[in-house]
Design a protein around this ligand. Structure first.
Ligand SMILES: [Zn+2]
Length: 190
């Protein structure tokens, strides 16, 4: 049983192999920042910020999975149970990989089909709603409202709609589904 590599000395959560349900719950309920987990020879645990995780394609390319937490914001009624548009932009070039997000209600599993550019899909989806995405590779927003001006809670709703209609969500597993959570742990620990 080896200690995971940590990218930051401010590591708040001790996560050892094998990763347990409580470890994953701690990344959601007992952390004030997003926590990411992937495997690059050994288990790697990284710290993000309240709303961001530095989980990029180049860092995680050797891993068969990525996991990160979305921590609760108690001022919001909406739950960030879907990949954020930033998640899609930072990880969207990793096809056929198991991606997981731990959130208040459970774990959302998603995948990127390798025959579509998810970035273009996101930009097209938002444009239809009159929203411009600032990461859109030099595309001018023109009359579109910049995504940064849209309240975070509304962004959660849009992210859920995009995730469900684009088909990138494979499964939403509630914490109460012990068998489902165990299947996710098996993927993470294999
Ligand atoms: Zn995220």
């Amino acid at each position: 049983m080896s200690e995971p590599i940590t990218e930051s000395s401010e590591q708040l959560l001790k996560i050892k192999e094998p990763v347990t349900e409580q470890d994953l719950k701690n990344t959601v309920f007992n952390s004030n920042i997003e926590v990411g987990i992937y495997r690059s020879k050994e288990l790697v645990v990284i710290n993000g910020t309240e709303n961001e995780i530095g989980m990029t394609a180049d860092k995680t390319k050797e891993s068969s999975f990525t996991y990160h937490s979305h921590i609760p914001n108690h001022e919001f009624t909406q739950i960030a149970d879907s990949p954020s548009f930033s998640d899609i932009f930072s990880m969207g070039i990793l096809p056929n990989k198991n991606h997981f997000i731990g959130h208040q209600e459970g774990i959302t599993q998603f995948r990127f089909p390798d025959d579509e550019d998810q970035k273009d899909l996101v930009i097209g989806f938002l444009r239809k709603k009159g929203i411009g995405f600032s990461y859109s590779r030099g595309v001018r927003n023109g009359d579109l409202t910049d995504i940064d001006k849209i309240p975070l809670e509304t962004q959660f709703v849009l992210q859920r709609e995009f995730s469900d209609t684009s088909g990138i969500v494979v499964k939403r597993t509630p914490w109460e589904d012990k068998k489902g959570i165990q299947q996710i742990l098996d993927l993470i620990n294999s």
